[in-house]
Ligand binder design. Structure first.
Ligand SMILES: NC(=O)c1ccc[n+]([C@@H]2O[C@H](COP(=O)([O-])OP(=O)(O)OC[C@H]3O[C@@H](n4cnc5c(N)ncnc54)[C@H](O)[C@@H]3O)[C@@H](O)[C@H]2O)c1
Length: 402
């Protein structure tokens, strides 16, 4: 079927201008598929159509250039344009609300305008992270509304910023509400990897959420160990190095630091909501990871009279070498410190959407004390001019002489 533009697509990525959708769209295009990016964010789509990435995504630029040159990438805000795509992959955001409960209506509101343009043969793949049971619920909802589409859930598990590489080397979990839906999803994701892991939809939903909650708990473990050693006046990084040295069972214990961003916290909270707030490990992890900010402020206040101190925050993105500030704990730190210090200054080499940011040199110059919030590689050569730096990451730490 061709749509009203006369264009025929192999696939439409719904939310395709976002952090998950865009790299996926580019990888599908790199396999020769004609990909429609359907999104409500016109300015991001115009940027992408002009060959510019709206955010840092390593390895994406050449794929974007090639896809545009080969006429494999298309853009639309009009739901009607999806009608000629036999497969839709949904990658919209699936947030939790202010009560830490999932916003169920996001998926429904996204799909409602699209449904009149789908046929019974359309493959509908949910790629966004969803609350357990959502795929089954959607299948029933569609059937109740006279749509017998093939519904699948194939979660995204990339680490943000490295999707182009990881999409093609990570195993892809696939699942479908029917054998046909699973087979079609296998054929689709089989185009980007031969490592497919078939599960039932509910299993795949849990698998995705558990992957993120497990990571979040790992960060909480190391952050709690950090605060324990700090209270004892012990350098945690020496302990960590000692534990990990030639000891494979501790190889995946991460270093301390902010565990934040658009996924780990909210996915842990989705599981908490699912289990009627009985996910005690998840809640404990939240208290530790979110509480790290208060712990750091406590450390600062022990060493400095905060009301007479200018504090500079280095790094406002949610993680190193990223430009994404969504749910960044640097902003929680900023909010809490602002009312306690003489002046608060912030800087980041990658973030572009915060007009209050200053150049790093100026922040160093004007501050009495610095807090390393994000260990961007760009700070490796930063001259901190002998100013004290609160660095829980151990980024500026010199290896211990033995
Ligand atoms: N960011 C990650 O690294 C990552 C990794 C794995 C899974 N996920 C999951 O993937 C999903 C998307 O996350 P993201 O970080 O890409 O979010 P994002 O905000 O970067 O992208 C979402 C995109 O969807 C678009 N959108 C929103 N509503 C829409 C609608 N009704 N119709 C069309 N487009 C719409 C937005 O404009 C945006 O471009 C979430 O469920 C997230 O939990 C994210």
């Amino acid at each position: 079927m061709k749509n009203k533009n006369g264009k025929k697509y192999d696939i439409a990525v719904i939310g395709g201008a976002g952090h998950v959708g865009l790299p996926l769209a580019l990888v599908f295009a790199s396999k020769g598929l004609k990909v429609l990016i359907h999104d409500i964010n016109e300015s991001s789509m115009s940027r992408i159509a002009a060959g510019k990435l709206p955010f840092i995504e390593h390895g994406a630029e050449p794929l974007l250039e090639k896809a545009l040159k080969e006429d494999l990438l298309f853009f639309s805000t009009d739901p009607a344009d999806i009608s000629s795509a036999p497969a839709l992959v949904v990658t919209i955001g699936t947030p939790v609300d202010e009560f830490h409960n999932p916003v169920h209506k996001a998926m429904k509101e996204c799909l409602e305008p699209l449904l009149p343009h789908c046929s019974d043969n359309t493959l509908l793949v949910l790629r966004s992270t969803v609350f357990p049971g959502t795929t089954e619920w959607l299948d029933n909802y569609l059937k109740a509304n006279g749509k017998n589409m093939h519904v699948a859930f194939c979660p995204e598990r990339i680490v943000q910023g490295f999707a182009i590489k990881e999409l093609q080397c990570l195993p892809q979990i696939i699942s479908g509400t029917t054998e046909k839906a699973e087979k079609e999803s296998a054929a689709l994701f089989g185009m980007i990897t031969d490592k497919l892991v078939p599960l039932k939809p509910i299993e795949a939903e849990f698998a995705k959420l558990f992957s993120n909650a497990y990571r979040y708990i790992q960060f909480a473990t190391t952050n709690q160990f950090y605060t324990m050693t700090a209270a004892a006046g012990v350098d945690y990084h020496n302990v960590l190095e000692g534990i990990k040295k030639d000891y494979s069972r501790a190889a995946d214990l991460p270093g301390p630091g902010f565990a934040a961003g658009p996924c780990l916290f909210k996915d842990t909270m989705q599981l908490a909501a699912f289990s009627n707030n009985q996910f005690s490990l998840g809640h404990a992890a939240m208290l530790v990871n979110e509480g790290l900010v208060m712990h750091m402020i406590g450390t600062l206040s022990k060493d400095h009279e905060l009301e007479n101190t200018t504090v500079g925050l280095l790094g406002m993105a949610f993680k190193a070498d990223s430009d994404d500030i969504r749910s960044s704990l640097s902003y929680k730190m900023k909010k809490l410190l602002k009312f306690r210090v003489k002046e608060l200054l912030t800087t980041d080499p990658h973030v572009t959407q915060d007009p209050s940011l200053l150049p790093a040199d100026e922040v160093v110059e004007k501050s009495d004390v610095l807090v390393l919030c994000v260990p961007h590689q760009a700070y490796k050569g930063l001259d901190t001019k002998g100013k004290p730096v609160l660095d829980i990451w151990g980024f500026f730490r010199k290896p211990r002489k033995r």
